[in-house]
Ligand binder design. Structure first.
Ligand code: KG4
Ligand code: ZN
Length: 352
């Protein structure tokens, strides 16, 4: 029996099997992560090796360094995830890997590793969109959450408002016209000379500052649910440059708080508008920026006021991890969507 025939035969059993355990690998950017997930909802093990220390020296992710570090870490994180789950490779039902979007070399490392492992072990392989993974982090955190719902996806590379119509099915409501929210946070942090990654640093510093110290413009966008952050970023940069040229000491906490408030209130207002106008039964958030403390607080009070249930991933599942990839993979598996051995990295893969 060929590999393809064998995994197709397994698929029939897996679609009705009571407990399906998936070993997932994530290598799209600067975390090498592996996890074992049961039925798309339960974390059996979750290992994340962050490369932050390797990139901090350069102020951002260096693609070549990321690829090399993934090559070195893949086997180890997979072994650790299996060990923590007290399972062998033969005992998992299927394998899953992020195939895009992300850095091509980083993605390729993970895709090659899991293709090899799937073929050698004779296990089905599922290819997962990284952004779908972020959305699926909510299925782990909230076992009762089911589509349809509206989701605000805010990561380092994406700022989207989508309607999750079913598992694995999305329609686009709006998106950023320029920078992603995480990217904007990272750039603002750099202007304040905060170390990489900037988002969490700005967030922490902002807790001590006055969010109304500096007024920032709210951009106009073509679509009702679209975003734009480059105008805010430029206004922020210009204001900080002006202060520096005058030799003023930068009130960093106030600046961080003002920038954070401008970005977050924009994100919240449009997400609530979209949820209300599309009569969404619930609103969810996903991606690294959904760890932002002000975003979580403001979105919660706006949802309470609007009477919309809000779902947020637990903090450790907001940023990149493999548990979310295993969750997304489960629903792909249930739909019979297996990857072929011709699977390649898709750096510009879209969700919708
Ligand atoms: O989802 P993620 O881990 O990776 C991508 O898929 O891009 O998101 C990383 C982004 C970075 O831009 C990081 O600065 C931002 O999420 N981020 C935050 C916070 N934590 C992570 N931004 C604002 N506040 C935070 N607490
Ligand atoms: Zn991510």
């Amino acid at each position: 029996m060929t590999y393809t025939e064998s995994v197709r035969a397994q698929l029939e059993n897996l679609r009705t099997k009571e407990n399906v355990r998936i070993l997932a690998l994530e290598t799209s950017c600067d975390e090498t992560a592996a996890a074992v997930i049961e039925n798309g909802r339960k974390v059996i093990s979750n290992v994340v090796f962050s490369q932050i220390d390797l990139h901090a020296l350069y102020g951002g992710v260096v693609p070549e360094i990321a690829s090399r570090a993934h090559v070195e870490a893949c086997d180890r994180v997979i072994d650790e995830a299996l060990k923590a789950a007290d399972m062998t490779l033969q005992e998992v039902d299927a394998l899953a890997v992020t195939c895009g979007p992300g850095l091509v070399g980083a993605l390729l490392t993970g895709v090659s590793c899991m293709k090899g492992l799937a073929y050698a072990a004779g296990k089905p392989l599922i290819a997962v969109n990284h952004i779908e993974g972020h959305v699926s982090a909510n299925y782990i955190t909230h076992p009762d959450l089911q589509p349809p719902f509206v989701c605000l996806v805010v990561s380092g590379g994406h700022s989207h408002l989508v309607r999750v119509t079913d598992y694995g099915e999305y329609t686009l409501l709006g998106q950023t016209m320029d920078d992603a929210a995480g990217e904007a946070f990272d750039k603002a942090a750099r202007v304040l000379s905060l170390p990489y990654p900037g988002g969490p640093r700005i967030d922490a510093l902002a807790e001590e500052g006055n969010p109304h110290a500096m007024a920032l413009p709210r951009p106009h966008t073509p679509g009702r649910y679209d975003y734009s952050f480059s105008g805010m970023k430029t206004a922020f940069l210009n204001a900080v440059n002006k202060m520096e040229m005058k030799g003023e000491e930068l009130p960093k906490a106030d600046l961080a708080a003002s920038f954070r408030h401008a970005v977050v209130s924009f994100l919240v207002d449009k997400a609530i508008l979209a949820a209300k106008e599309t009569h969404a039964p619930a609103l969810a958030m996903a991606g690294g920026v959904s760890a932002n403390r002000l975003l979580r607080r403001m979105m919660q009070s706006a949802c309470d006021e609007a009477g919309i249930p809000l779902y947020m991933p637990r903090l450790d599942l907001c940023t990149d991890n493999a548990a979310m990839i295993g969750a997304a993979a489960y629903y792909r598996l249930r739909r019979g969507e297996l990857a072929e051995m011709t699977l390649n990295a898709q750096p510009a893969l879209r969700l919708v």
